[in-house]
Design a protein around this ligand. Structure first.
Ligand SMILES: Nc1ncnc2c1ncn2[C@@H]1O[C@H](COP(=O)(O)OP(=O)(O)O)[C@@H](O)[C@H]1O
Ligand SMILES: [Mg+2]
Length: 254
């Protein structure tokens, strides 16, 4: 569905990505893992037309999309949930959903936001609360719901689990699997919670210093003890998870 070929990109004069090749097949979860600063977010922002692409190709459904404006990509069915989510803290949950449906016909917005509260019952419960008062996990659900408002075919999710208590991060991961399994959405997901992401993912890339160090089945990467311990903080054969980003426990989570 999405093919990135020989991508070089960065910010201003700084080159971050070097000859990157990424393939995102339809209806699956493609996971990007790698240490901090590897360029994972830069890959997302290159696809979304935010970082500066110097060469290479980004093809979505057989059409080159480099240089497309973000809202045109949304119209084409690509939705982007940035790192830490992009909710409007001072607006209610309902107004956030309405904002996400900006430029959509009013009855369609209503129908979609009702659908979102069915998919995420917690949003229904807090529909009139300011998004800023939601817990970290609830905010992440709202950010996903906002991304879903425009019926995306492809969702780019950047580190949804960051700063969530492990049990809440696990819930968010299960929701991502549900997007694939129940809604048939194709997902490109960057995750620090590498072990869980690779367990639910189909294909995976390990990025190190702006280059691809591994590509293949997500599950197979978990059986590469050297890569796992060197770059992902996953200890081999101990059965233990030592994720690089140890999620901090959020005080008032569920
Ligand atoms: N807006 C920006 N302007 C300049 N440099 C940036 C910007 N965003 C990220 N970088 C740099 O690009 C490199 C890769 O960052 P990033 O893509 O955020 O990595 P990751 O998401 O894998 O942690 C880092 O060296 C970072 O400092
Ligand atoms: Mg990042």
């Amino acid at each position: 569905m999405l093919t990135v070929t020989n991508l070089n990109s960065g910010y201003g004069k700084l080159q971050v990505l070097y000859d990157l090749n990424i393939e995102v097949p339809g209806k699956g979860i493609t996971v990007i893992v790698g240490p901090n600063g590897a360029g994972k977010t830069t890959l997302m922002s290159s696809i979304m037309g935010i970082a500066r692409v110097t060469s290479g190709e980004i093809i979505y459904e057989n059409i080159p999309i480099q240089g497309e404006l973000t809202h045109n990509l949304a119209k084409k069915g690509i939705s982007y949930v940035p790192q830490m989510g992009n909710v409007f803290a001072e607006l209610s949950v309902m107004d956030n959903l309405n904002m996400a449906g900006f430029l959509m016909p009013r009855d369609e917005v209503k129908k979609k936001s009702e659908q979102m509260t069915e998919i995420f019952p917690v949003l229904k419960k807090f529909i009139h609360r300011d998004a800023g008062t939601l817990s970290g996990g609830e905010r992440r659900m709202l950010a996903i719901a906002m991304g879903l408002m425009k019926n995306p075919k492809l969702m780019l999710l950047d580190e949804l689990s960051t700063d969530l208590a492990p049990i809440i991060a696990e819930k968010v991961m299960m929701e991502v699997a549900r997007l694939r399994d129940e809604l048939g959405i194709t997902i490109l997901m960057v995750e620090q919670m590498a072990k869980r992401a690779l367990e639910i993912g189909d294909n995976a890339y390990l990025m190190v210093s702006g280059e691809v160090r591994y590509s293949g089945k997500a599950d197979d990467l978990l059986h590469e003890p050297e890569l796992c311990s060197m770059y992902l903080g996953i200890k081999p054969d101990s059965g233990q998870i030592a994720d690089v980003a140890k999620p901090s426990v959020e005080g008032s989570e569920e």
